[in-house]
Design a protein. Structure first.
Length: 75
């Protein structure tokens, strides 16, 4: 999602992916299955980081998403 956000253009600490990538498309980008992407997007939504809206995926807190990625990488 961070790479897609960079391609779509940032607006401050937010980005809008339009049209929103499908769960299957996101899953294929990270070599996992659609269900795992769905669970992660639900978690990010609960944290108010990524919000699925009609036809778009709004990344509401890019800084927090970047931090989560760094932590997952062990940086």
């Amino acid at each position: 999602m961070l790479r897609l956000a960079a391609l779509s253009g940032r607006s401050g600490n937010q980005a809008v992916l339009s049209p929103a990538p499908s769960l299957s498309e996101l899953a294929s980008r990270v070599s996992t299955h659609r269900e795992a992407v769905s669970r992660e997007l639900s978690r990010l939504s609960a944290m108010h980081i990524a919000i699925r809206e009609r036809g778009i995926l709004r990344i509401a807190d890019l800084a927090r998403l970047e931090q989560l990625v760094r932590e997952a990488k062990g940086e």
